[in-house]
Design a binder for this molecule. Structure first.
Ligand SMILES: *Cc1c(COP(=O)(O)O)cnc(C)c1O
Length: 452
C-alpha cells in the first residue's frame, strides 16, 4: 500500500486524475495521525468518546438532513422529544409548550437567543411608542467579559452593543450588582453563564434575576435573562439539583446547551429552549412542510446532519437521569481530586476547584520566577497532554492560568498519569532560570478567549 503512493501527493490544487479509494483513504488517514489525541485534549469541552452503539447509529444516519422534516419524520420527532426532555429537565412551566430546537452548537443557539431578545426589545419599544433610532436607541446586551466568543460574534453580526462587564480583582465573572449597574432602557437582556469557559465557575443566576426584579420594581425596566448553559445546563441538573438557575426563575427567558459538550454527543449539536411562546417572537419563526402540515423552525442553517440528533436521543434514552448523574458525578469527582492534588504540588494557586463545572483553572504563585504557565503547557504537550494556558480578559489580563477540562473518559487512572507528567514537567522547569514563553504562545485560545 505505502509503496504504491506517488512521490508527490497534490495538496493545494484539485488533482488532475483519480486515485484508488484505499490509497486516498490511507493518505488522509496518515496525515490525521499527526493531530493531537482527542482523549488527551483537556482544552476542549467537546465530547471525545461515545459508545460503539452510538457510532453505529450515527453512521446509519450520515445521509439524513435534519431540515427534511417531511422526508425524515422520525428524525424530526426525535428532535422534538429531545426538546421536551430538556424543557422538563430545566423546569419549563409547561414543558410540552416550550418552544425549542436543535442547532449546530451553542454558538448558533446563542445567536437565536440573542435575536429573540433583540426582537422582544424592539417590539416593546414600538408598543411604548419609542422610535428606535441609532445611536440613541442602540440595543445593548449586558454580560461578563468572560463570555464565550460567540457573544462577541452575536453583538458584531446583529449590531448590538456588547456591554461587557470587566473583571475586577478576584471577581472573575459577572455579579448581580455589576449586571444591574450596566442596564438601561436599551438593554435587550442579561446573559448569565452557567459555567464560565475561563475557570468553570457558575455565575450567580438567581442573584442576577433577583437584582433585576428589584430594578424592575424601582424603574419599571423589565429585562430578561438568557442562561448560557453550554456546559452547565447538562451538569447542574444532575450534580446540583437544588441550585436555582433555570426556568424555576421566572426571569429566565431561554437556556442553551451544547449537546456535544456535557450532553455527551460528538461535535455538531446544540439546543435552545425558550420558557414559553411569549419569549420567542412569532415573526422569527418560519414554517416548513412536515407530513403535509407545517412545522415551525428557527435556525440560521438550512441543511444540517441528522446523525447528531439521533445520537442525542440515543444518549438520553441510554443513560436516563441516573446515567447522566453517574457520568457527571464521576467527572466532578475526578476534577475536584485532580484540582486538590495540583493545589498541593506547591507552585500552583487554584482559581477554581472543579466543584461547579468539572473544570478548574490554576495560576502560578507569584514567587515562581523561572517558568510560566505557558511553559508548563508546552512541557505537558511533549507528553501528549493538551492543557491550555491563557490570560484572563479585561482588567485581569495580568492573570495567566492553566485550565483543565475533565470530561467523560478522563478517569481517575488517567488523571494520575497526568499528575505524574505534571510532576515531571515541574522538575524539568525548575532548572530553568527564566520563563521561555508568554501569552503569545497561547495556541489554544480563540480571539483572546480560551477554547470551549
Ligand atoms: C462552548 C461554549 C459556547 C459555544 O458553544 P459551541 O457549542 O462550541 O458553539 C458558548 N458559551 C459557552 C459558555 C461555552 O462554553
Amino acid at each position: 500500500m505505502f509503496a504504491s503512493e506517488p512521490p508527490e501527493v497534490p495538496r493545494e490544487a484539485l488533482p488532475d486524475g483519480e486515485m484508488d479509494p484505499e490509497l486516498a483513504y490511507q493518505i488522509v488517514h496518515d496525515e490525521l495521525m499527526l493531530d493531537g489525541n482527542a482523549r488527551l485534549n483537556l482544552a476542549t469541552f467537546v465530547t471525545t468518546w461515545m459508545e460503539p452503539q452510538a457510532d453505529r447509529l450515527m453512521a446509519e444516519c450520515f445521509d439524513k438532513n435534519v431540515i427534511d422534516k417531511d422526508e425524515y419524520p422520525r428524525t424530526a420527532a426525535l428532535e422534538q422529544r429531545c426538546v421536551r426532555m430538556l424543557a422538563e429537565l430545566w423546569h419549563a412551566p409547561e414543558p410540552a409548550e416550550a418552544p425549542g430546537c436543535s442547532t449546530t452548537g451553542s454558538s448558533e443557539a446563542c445567536m437565536l437567543a440573542g435575536l429573540a431578545l433583540k426582537r422582544r426589545w424592539q417590539q416593546a419599544r414600538t408598543r411604548a411608542g419609542v422610535h428606535v433610532r441609532p445611536p440613541a436607541g442602540r440595543p445593548n446586551l449586558v454580560m461578563g467579559a468572560n463570555v464565550q466568543i460567540c457573544w462577541d460574534k452575536f453583538a458584531a453580526y446583529w449590531d448590538v452593543e456588547p456591554r461587557l462587564v470587566p473583571m475586577e480583582g478576584d471577581r472573575l465573572h459577572l455579579t448581580a450588582e455589576q449586571a444591574v449597574a450596566h442596564c438601561d432602557e436599551n438593554t435587550i437582556g442579561v446573559v448569565a453563564v452557567l459555567g464560565s469557559t475561563f475557570d468553570g465557575s457558575y455565575e450567580p443566576v438567581a442573584d442576577i434575576c433577583a437584582a433585576l426584579d428589584t430594578l424592575q420594581r424601582e424603574t419599571g425596566l423589565d429585562i430578561p435573562v438568557h442562561v448560557d448553559g453550554a456546559s452547565g445546563a447538562m451538569i447542574a441538573p444532575f450534580c446540583d439539583p437544588h441550585l436555582d438557575w433555570d426556568f424555576r426563575l421566572p426571569r429566565v427567558a431561554s437556556v442553551n446547551t451544547s449537546g456535544h459538550k456535557y450532553g455527551l454527543v460528538y461535535p455538531g449539536v446544540g439546543w435552545i429552549v425558550w420558557r414559553d411562546t411569549a419569549a420567542l417572537p412569532d415573526d422569527l419563526v418560519f414554517r416548513v412542510n412536515y407530513l403535509g402540515g407545517d412545522m415551525p423552525t428557527f435556525a440560521l442553517n438550512f441543511s444540517r446532519p441528522g446523525a447528531q440528533v439521533a445520537a442525542q436521543y440515543y444518549t438520553f434514552l441510554r443513560l436516563g437521569f441516573d446515567g447522566y448523574r453517574r457520568v457527571q458525578d464521576y467527572c466532578r469527582d475526578v476534577a475536584t481530586t485532580l484540582a486538590s492534588r495540583i493545589g498541593h504540588l506547591g507552585p500552583f494557586r487554584l482559581l477554581t476547584h472543579g466543584d461547579e463545572l468539572p473544570v478548574f483553572a490554576c495560576a502560578l504563585r507569584p514567587e515562581i520566577a523561572g517558568y510560566s504557565v505557558f511553559d508548563v503547557s508546552a512541557h505537558l504537550r511533549q507528553r501528549g497532554w493538551l492543557v491550555p494556558a491563557y490570560t484572563f480578559p479585561e482588567h485581569r489580563t495580568d492573570l495567566a492560568a492553566l485550565r483543565f477540562v475533565v470530561r467523560n473518559g478522563l478517569t481517575h487512572d488517567l488523571a494520575d498519569l497526568l499528575l505524574d507528567d505534571l510532576r515531571w514537567a515541574l522538575t524539568e522547569l525548575e532548572r530553568q532560570p527564566a520563563p521561555l514563553r508568554g501569552p503569545e504562545s497561547a495556541s489554544f485560545a480563540h480571539g483572546n478567549r480560551p477554547r470551549a
